[in-house]
Design a protein around this ligand. Structure first.
Ligand SMILES: *[C@@H]1O[C@H](CO)[C@@H](O)[C@H](O)[C@H]1NC(C)=O
Ligand SMILES: *[C@@H]1O[C@H](CO)[C@@H](O)[C@H](O)[C@H]1NC(C)=O
Ligand SMILES: *[C@@H]1O[C@H](CO)[C@@H](O)[C@H](O)[C@H]1NC(C)=O
Ligand SMILES: *[C@@H]1O[C@H](CO)[C@@H](O)[C@H](O)[C@H]1NC(C)=O
Length: 405
């Protein structure tokens, strides 16, 4: 009898530990292994591999000029292709000592440099685009052999004292100029050429009339695909210039829910971009998407969640993950676990709960494994108008990358 009970208890415990039956149950951030337990890839943890394995951050890393009175926001880390020990950070920075509330129109895009590893600390190097320019993200396009910087904004003169101003950079918003996506290209990360506004909002009553928060990923594959075994004159479908672009939409002048959609351009980064759906891909309100394709060819997003316990200082639940086998969908919004929160632990043991933590961007390993090593976010401390760019390591590999100096 006791033995049977033991067996039954064992069976129950075994079953209750079974958390997956497919890799989708592991958020496509790992595999569903024998026994129904997720085996997470490096940088991911949690029963469904939907939680970033965030480790203590270097106390003085990132890009933080707030002691000098300058605020910054979203930032993307890029390793210099020629000098291995040089890292670039492309970030939004606000002129005239203005704080986060005055991001429009005071934001400009800057490049900062670190020779003490990818986690920084970074030092200002150059302005890339003057006011108003915001929301930079940089990707390398193998088909074009160029770096691409996606951003929002248009040339706008600002006044010397921080104040809001109504202006437009295209259809969809004439209050803060956020609607419309532009792109720059560069072969050396230093000299950038404006290639145009490649996606616009509109003045209709659509849910995504105001179109902003671009994030892009090239659909290029280093393998040729099926054509390798054919004799069609060296044509290689895998070497496509096609570009994926994920954005956040909201009704005109952002007078309603902020929701996410996916677009792509067959013909290259200059567009035209076609939306995969006319409706948002999730019902959940989110902004600031960051998109990438992993080593298995699956697609992922990190998002700034606008759920009631997250958003703009409403609570700690600010970071969500979403995934899909194909960028055309269906996409699954990870609502079982939180990808990241407003709590950050430092290597001196202290923990800070930020008021706001948004605009997630990842820095990946360059070994072909696409292992996320570092997470950068814009952060704002409690009771502060200032903001800066925080960088935290992910998993053992991230700790190793951060420690490199
Ligand atoms: C900004 O001001 C300068 C100097 O007055 C002027 O030449 C320029 O056209 C203005 N730019 C815009 C975008 O209004
Ligand atoms: C959209 O509306 C704004 C004013 O609300 C106007 O400035 C802009 O010219 C309009 N754009 C188009 C393409 O109609
Ligand atoms: C992704 O979906 C598109 C459209 O449904 C399809 O044409 C394509 O073959 C799919 N790609 C993969 C890798 O399954
Ligand atoms: C999570 O998402 C699934 C699928 O969209 C939905 O059925 C479920 O109700 C959601 N759960 C919560 C707690 O929102």
């Amino acid at each position: 009898m006791a033995r049977l009970l033991y067996l039954l208890v064992g069976l129950f415990v075994g079953l209750s530990h079974q958390t997956c039956s497919t890799d989708e149950d592991c958020s496509l951030n790992g595999v569903c292994a024998k026994g129904g337990v997720c085996q997470c890839d490096p940088a991911w943890t949690g029963t469904d591999c939907g939680v970033l394995d965030i480790r203590p951050a270097k106390r003085n890393g990132g890009y933080n000029l707030t002691p000098e009175g300058t605020s910054s926001w979203c930032s993307k880390i890029i390793q210099d292709p020629k000098e291995n020990d040089l890292y670039h950070l492309f970030a939004s920075e606000f002129t005239h000592g203005c704080g986060l509330d005055y991001w429009a129109p005071y934001s400009r895009i800057i490049r900062a440099e670190s020779r003490t590893g990818p986690a920084g600390p970074y030092k200002f190097a150059a302005e890339v685009v003057g006011t108003f320019a915001h929301n930079p993200t940089v990707v390398y396009s193998p088909a074009d052999k160029e770096w691409l910087l996606y951003y929002i904004g248009c040339p706008t003169n600002v006044t010397d004292t921080c104040q809001s101003m109504s202006f437009t950079c295209g259809p969809g918003n004439d209050v803060n100029g956020e609607s419309g996506v532009s792109v720059l290209s560069s072969s050396d990360l230093r000299k950038w050429t404006f290639k145009g506004q490649v996606m616009q909002g509109d003045n209709t009553s659509d849910w995504d009339a105001d179109l902003t928060n671009p994030t892009a990923f090239p659909l290029y594959s280093s393998s040729c695909g099926r054509a390798e075994s054919t004799t069609d004159g060296g044509h290689c479908p895998g070497h496509t210039a096609a570009m994926l672009l994920v954005y956040r939409g909201c009704p005109i002048n952002c007078g309603g829910s902020e929701l996410i959609n996916v677009a792509f351009s067959e013909s290259g980064y200059e567009g035209p971009y076609k939306k995969i759906e006319s409706q948002p891909i999730f019902d959940d309100a989110n902004e600031d998407p960051f998109v990438w394709r992993d080593k298995r060819g699956n697609f992922h997003m990190l998002l700034h969640s606008l759920e009631p316990d997250g958003g703009f200082g409403w609570g700690p639940q600010v970071g969500r993950h979403a995934y899909a086998r194909n960028y055309t969908g269906p996409w699954t919004f990870g609502n079982r676990t939180l990808a990241f929160s407003t709590y950050v632990q430092y290597d001196d043991g202290l923990v800070t709960q930020f008021n706001r933590r948004e605009r997630p961007e990842l820095y990946f390993s360059n070994d072909g494994q696409m292992t996320p090593l570092l997470l950068s976010t814009g952060v704002q401390e409690q009771n502060s108008g200032q903001s800066y760019s925080l960088i935290v390591p992910l998993g053992d590999a991230g700790v190793k990358a951060q420690g490199q100096s």
